[in-house]
Write a protein that binds this ligand. Structure first.
Ligand SMILES: *[C@@H]1O[C@H](CO)[C@@H](O)[C@H](O)[C@H]1NC(C)=O
Ligand SMILES: *[C@@H]1O[C@H](CO)[C@@H](O)[C@H](O)[C@H]1NC(C)=O
Ligand SMILES: *[C@@H]1O[C@H](CO)[C@@H](O)[C@H](O)[C@H]1NC(C)=O
Length: 349
């Protein structure tokens, strides 16, 4: 009996220590993010692309209700994770022309909505490829050196948390124009190999704590249901989900071996199962609607088709998993981040 009490005390102590670690903001100086619309906080705003969202009703639940170029009703995971790390409530977009040198210190996102690991994806959408994001990252580090010195730059490289989030646009949009060269499996493998190559490049540039997100069940986003799921049934596009799973099954072990090979920490962050469970069992997570977006009729609206001319936009986006026909709401993102990230953050502290 006494022994059990002791164990309980030890477990509680461990939990408490862990919680304290998660709010220590000195151990992770910055959050630096690469990828697509899930993490973009406004990098596309001045690009000549249709992949934009810096107009209402995007941002309707953002502080001040402003449409900042985030592909959601409110904040996106780059913001929510920066907040979890105790850095800031929002993470600036690197392409924001108003950024001052001081705004760079807690990290930035280079992510660009519509992009992917396949260079063709960014080219088709006229957005910034993940490979070009690495070039901007080099520029970011030289700016830090220039304004704050070598030591600060080294500290940011050594201790910051780096996140990479991509693949859904490649899988959903670029496989078709690539289908003459690849079948579904080999294209998913090509993307996973590209992700590993990206991590190697990022590590070469000095990053040491790198997390890579898995592919998501992109076949279940409202747009895929509308186009491929049958007129009335609107089922998930299973062949597309299977490609996402193939990507994950190739990426996960490859990152594990990279983690052993390279110094620092390389993490595979699986979001597939969590998001899939949310979509299958929305009520379990306090959501009412999982197969339509909040914006417009929720069946196809995204980017310029999700606009304030559409009278059908829902009033309570918190009841929806999806904001538009492709992107989750802030509340859905918050559930994912709360469910998954503590475990990974504790590994990089
Ligand atoms: C917080 O970070 C500082 C500096 O890295 C370290 O000395 C301290 O032990 C950390 N505290 C906790 C609770 O992890
Ligand atoms: C970071 O920690 C310091 C000291 O604990 C505190 O003064 C500061 O407000 C914290 N910053 C954020 C953004 O939480
Ligand atoms: C919005 O929806 C959420 C989730 O269903 C619910 O908890 C909340 O009470 C709703 N808010 C309003 C104002 O209806």
């Amino acid at each position: 009996m006494k022994l059990q009490m002791l164990w309980l005390a030890l477990v509680l102590l461990a939990v408490e220590t862990n919680a304290a670690k998660q709010i220590n903001n000195t151990s992770i100086p910055a959050l630096i993010v690469f990828g697509d619309s899930i993490m973009d906080t406004g990098n596309n705003n001045n690009l000549p692309t249709i992949m934009k969202c810096n107009f209402p009703p995007y941002g309707k639940d953002f502080p001040g209700g402003s449409a900042t170029g985030r592909f959601s009703d409110g904040r996106v995971p780059s913001d929510l994770i920066a907040e979890k790390l105790g850095l800031a409530k929002t993470l600036p977009a690197y392409m924001n022309p108003n950024l001052k040198p001081n705004d760079l210190l807690k990290g930035v996102t280079f992510a660009s909505g519509g992009t992917g690991y396949d260079p063709l994806t960014a080219q088709m959408m006229s957005v910034i490829s993940v490979w070009d994001q690495l070039t901007y990252f080099k520029e970011y580090i030289s700016k830090i050196k220039q304004h704050f010195g070598e030591e600060k730059a080294q500290n940011i490289l050594d201790h910051s948390f780096f996140l990479v989030v991509s693949s859904s646009n490649d899988l959903a949009h670029t496989y078709l124009p690539r289908a003459h060269r690849y079948d579904r499996t080999s294209y998913a493998n090509f993307l996973a190999d590209s992700a590993v190559k990206f991590v190697r490049e990022l590590h070469k540039l000095g990053a040491r704590k790198i997390g890579v997100f898995s592919a998501v069940p992109v076949g279940c986003v409202p747009l895929q249901r509308t186009v491929f799921g049958g007129l009335l049934t609107r089922r998930c596009n299973e062949p597309l989900n299977n490609m996402a799973k193939q990507f994950n099954s190739r990426l996960s072990p490859a990152l594990d071996s990279l983690d052993k090979e390279l110094d620092g920490v390389i993490l595979y962050i699986d979001v597939y199962d969590t998001l899939y469970d949310m979509i299958q069992n929305p009520k379990k997570y306090g959501f009412e609607v999982a197969n339509r977006g909040c914006c417009g009729t929720g069946l196809v609206a995204i980017s310029y088709m999700c606009n304030s001319l559409n009278p059908f936009t829902c009033t309570n986006s918190s009841a929806y998993i999806f904001w538009d026909s492709y992107h989750p709401t802030e509340r859905a993102y918050q559930v994912i981040v709360d469910t998954l990230l503590d475990k990974f953050i504790s590994k990089v502290l």
